[in-house]
Every structure is written in C-alpha cells, then in structure tokens.
Design a binder for this molecule. Structure first.
Ligand SMILES: [Ca+2]
Length: 189
C-alpha cells in the first residue's frame, strides 16, 4: 500500500462529493490511501480522535492554524473531525456551502485560519492541529511533474505560435523543428 502525496490526496478528495455521514476519519485516510488507525484510545470507537492520536508527536503541529496544503487537519470534542487542506480552503466530509450537511463532501472556502474556524462553528468541534503524517505514515513528497526541458518548451512554444523573436533565426528554427520531431517520436512509443 503506497501512501499518496499531498497533491495526489487533494486530487482524490476534490473529486469526491458524497460520503457516508460521520466517516471523516475513514474518508481522509482513504484520500491518502492510508490504512485504518484503529481504536487508539480504546474507547470502543475508531474515529477522528484516534486518527490524531495515531500521528507521532514529532509529526503533530498542535494549534497551528496556518497548515500547509495537502495535510490532514484534526479536530477534537465529541468524536472530533478530520479534513484536508486544499487550494482555497479545507476539503471536508459532511459540509456543504460552508455549513454542516451530512453526506456531502465539499470545500469549506476561506483563508486558512477562517476556514478552520468555520468548521469549528459548523460542527461544534475544536481544532487540535495538523500533522505531517497520516495515521502514522509519512506523507511522501509530491511527484515532480513530467516536465519538458527548456529546449522542448521553447520548441512547443514555437509550434503553438508563441515564438520568441530569437526563433526567427533560420538555424534556431531548424533546431526547434528537430526537437518537435523528436518529441513526436517519443510520444508514439
Ligand atoms: Ca477511539
């Protein structure tokens, strides 16, 4: 089982729009492809509190309301809550239009401290912190995008008409065409 990076987890979370009510912990860990934390505090329930407790102390950032993107947030009180920082806010189960709504997964929108406070108010929970791990598993770094080299990007710009003045030189033009041909060959493999 390989754990997803923050960016990969964000993608999975943002594609999800429904959830079984009250299953925040199971949903957030599944966005990361992480195994269940289990009943860490032995209260007979595997919930968000267990998720938070399963994170090693070194990986917890208690009370830090400016968490980075793609990291799990934990809330306490009652069964607690778990959610994920995403661009524009916090992806959360049982939230719709920045209000509590059982069964709907959405992004609670807002800048980071405000979005966290919105979840606290809407769900009656209290922010505990964010963690660098998910259910005790390190979250791997985001994969590097399959980039193009500087030359290849210049060639693609040339082909799409976005040609810098430099490319008007015949020798450069020939070189750009060679690179485009090579790119084409590469993509036919
Ligand atoms: Ca428990």
């Amino acid at each position: 089982m390989s754990i997803r990076s923050g960016a990969e987890a964000i993608k999975v979370a943002c594609a999800q729009t429904r959830n079984t009510p009250g299953m925040c912990q199971a949903n957030v860990r599944s966005w990361f492809n992480a195994p269940a934390a289990g009943d860490v505090d032995h209260d007979g329930d595997a919930d968000a509190i267990d998720g938070w407790l399963s994170e090693p102390k070194w990986a917890r950032h208690p009370g830090d309301r400016n968490p980075p993107l793609g990291r799990p947030l934990s809330f306490g009180r009652k069964k607690g809550h778990r959610a994920l920082t995403v661009p524009g806010g916090v992806r959360s189960t049982d939230m719709s239009g920045n209000r509590y709504k059982a069964g709907v997964t959405s992004t609670v929108t807002g800048t980071m401290p405000a979005a966290i406070a919105q979840i606290e108010r809407s769900m009656g929970v209290e922010y505990l912190g964010w963690s660098e791990t998910i259910d005790g598993h390190p979250i791997p770094a985001d994969p590097k995008p399959k980039g193009t080299t500087v030359d290849e990007q210049a060639a693609l710009n040339f082909e799409s008409g976005k040609r810098p003045a430099l490319v008007k030189r015949p020798r450069v033009k020939t070189r750009m065409k060679q690179i485009i041909t090579r790119l084409r060959k590469g993509s036919e493999k």
